[in-house]
Design a protein around this ligand. Sequence first.
Ligand SMILES: CCCCCC/C=C/CC(=O)SCCNC(=O)CCNC(=O)[C@H](O)C(C)(C)COP(=O)(O)OP(=O)(O)OC[C@H]1O[C@@H](n2cnc3c(N)ncnc32)[C@H](O)[C@@H]1OP(=O)(O)O
Length: 783
Amino acid sequence: MAEYSTYGSVAVLQVNNPPLNTFTRHVLQALVSGLERAQRDPAVRSIVIAGKGPTFPAGADLEELLGTAAAPLLSNLRMVDKHVDTCQKPIVCAIHGTALGGGFELALASHYRLAVPSATLSLPEVHLGMLPGAGGTQRLPRVVGVKSAIQLITSGQDIKAQQALTLGLVDKIVQGDLLKEAVSFARSVEGRPLEDRRISQRTVPDADKVDEVVEATRKTILRKARGAIAPLTCVQAIQASVLPFAAGMAREADLMTYLMTSWQAAAQQYVFFSEREVRQWSHPRDKHINFRTAKPTVIKSVGVVGAGTMGAGITISLLQAGLKVVLLEVNKKQLDKAIAVIQKTLRQKSASQKMSQLTTTMDYSQLSDVDMVIEAVFENLRLKKEVFRKLDVITKPQAVLASNTSGLDIDKIAAATKRPDKVVGTHFFSPANVMRLLENIYGKKTSAETVATVMQLATTIGKVGVLVGNCAGFVGNRMLGPYRSEALFLLEEGVDPQDVDRAIEEFGFPMGPFRMTDLAGNDIGWRRRIEARLTTEHGPPPDTPALYRRGDRYCPLPDMLCLQGRLGQKTGAGCMMLQEAKDDLTENIYIRFRTDGSVFDLRRLLAHTKTLEELILDLLFADDCALLAHTEAALMSHHAPSMCNRYDPGSRTALPDPVVLQMIQDYRQEHGFKKRTISSQEIVERCLYSLINEGFHVLDEGIASRALDIDVIYLFGYGWPRHTGGPMYYVERVIGLEKLLRSLETYSARYPNHSHLQPSPLLRDMVAKGGSLAALGTTDSKL
Ligand SMILES: CCCCCC/C=C/CC(=O)SCCNC(=O)CCNC(=O)[C@H](O)C(C)(C)COP(=O)(O)OP(=O)(O)OC[C@H]1O[C@@H](n2cnc3c(N)ncnc32)[C@H](O)[C@@H]1OP(=O)(O)O
């Protein structure tokens, strides 16, 4: 646990608790014993603490911290801290790997710190809903000042060795053998006075400005925290660092107890383990096919087809992971643009050498030798099938063929090939080089080996891969459907778009539903609805009521919006449409092609077509049309000043527009809706409960095999607030399944035609039988 050895006058304590040398109570007990022994031994004049194997201790063992062993763990940690801080012999910490949380705090309690250049230090407790409760909030500000301490602790950011040296957190960077250097360093400081080496005895350098600093940062922290209590509690603890050390420590301990017993800390620790647990996948159809039994194919080279925003982002992710990439794009301008974006991004990340791993081409035959292809063309089934047909012929027979689709049928895509066992979905999220989620979709015929390969690929490229089944929208986008519908129905009843957004953002999402679709592009959903023949232009049958489709309530506002060119931020306006004379509109609408920025006057193009609607639809969906095959058309209306959520050029700030509010009012009148006041609580409940209810359907159908898979998808792909643990965790542990059921019953009784508010049979069953999501396969083994 902590190996004791001596090198002349130097005692060395090496923590040995693989894989990360985390502090269990036994490790800490062994450290206390080692320190006592070294203090007792008159031959020992200095002490080195180090980690054996890959790292210095990476913090407290979370399984113990959360379980019944928490009390002895904490009391042992305090004991170590006291022994170290009051020790009369110099203690030198030798840091390599990751000195995190309690590990870093142990180093701060010591008298000297040496680190190898690759070492990383951090206090990441805020991500676990806690604070650095072993003196971190008291010692760090004594070294770096309150301002920097607030920044470092509330962000939990990594501090690289060189930065730590600059900040005064380490005393020396060691290039050679760390342990040897640490022993010789310890010897060199033997007998020197220790008082000025004890951080606890120092005063905070910017103590006189503490209130000012806290006041200045509070607003930003609150905004970023989005409902999480840990960041501001960290600030309160840091504020106490200007008190005498013992008083500050007492304040830190009180606040730590408050956080550790909060539901948010439990939720965030669930997130930590769930992020890792999704790697332990098993095939819902056959549990014998799982991460242990299925062997992935080794992937060294990947072809990416399509150099749009997604294709370029995917390419960057692959290159950053050291894979060889062949990027294919049949449009030269688009290809050049993508190369420039990739180059710029890699350069910003100081990874320009990775460009040598990239081949770009317009010729499919260049893909003949890659181990895998990820297709990232326009979201259109016909086009994707065509690409897969080609790939099947060109690539080597053992190559895996993956489609980056956000919801199209993987089986239909696979059917275009003679190797459906090698076809799989890999749903990346935009921006693909930033977003951590990779939703991997198996089809009916996808082999275990192919599943294992894409799950392994996720890990290789630093993503969180979640395995899900095939259905429209898979897990994430399918659950988003009811959420969006309910948001629209709320507009019909009297809420303004910005009120819906505000309520959802107050719950903790970075963006409400309207700002989110404006960002993603309103045309994405529109295209899907058109393909499903749901929009007015392509359906419904004449005898269907205006606000119904296939027996379900339907809100046509987003379709009307798209027809007016309000596609979101990319067109400078989104959200709600402004009902204007179409003739007027044609005067002002242009089409801008993203590849070269050229602008075409619609009136000229209109000469060849019947109506404006038809023209826009043609342009947006004609993937085989020469104009659009390799470009994404963006419609740009010059009516922006009078539009609802409009965006000043280059800005992402949504500006509500009174004209549109009037338009919604007209829409309500036209369809006989009576405006009423709706509370934020109702907005949140109706939107989120309908999303979660769909999650129960998804589990019932085996599309997701565990509730934690859904949680991870929403946390890493959709901005679900981390401190709530994810939708399924939140509803079970915070709201309660019974309350969810009762609320859904109330709302569905009020809105019998909103089918997504009808409680799922699984939810009813679980409430009736007292079942839990954990029993369904949510692995809570570590919680
Ligand atoms: C008033 C007195 C109060 C005293 C309170 C003292 C409180 C101290 C607070 C803390 O120290 S909290 C813990 C702080 N440390 C962390 O948050 C580190 C968390 N870990 C990581 O960030 C990463 O694991 C890593 C260290 C960067 C390594 O990443 P890597 O990708 O290499 O490995 P993983 O797959 O993440 O982890 C491997 C394996 O280990 C498990 N694990 C990681 N950290 C912990 C931990 N702190 N406790 C328990 N288990 C941990 C992880 O779950 C993996 O397990 P698996 O079974 O292989 O999935």
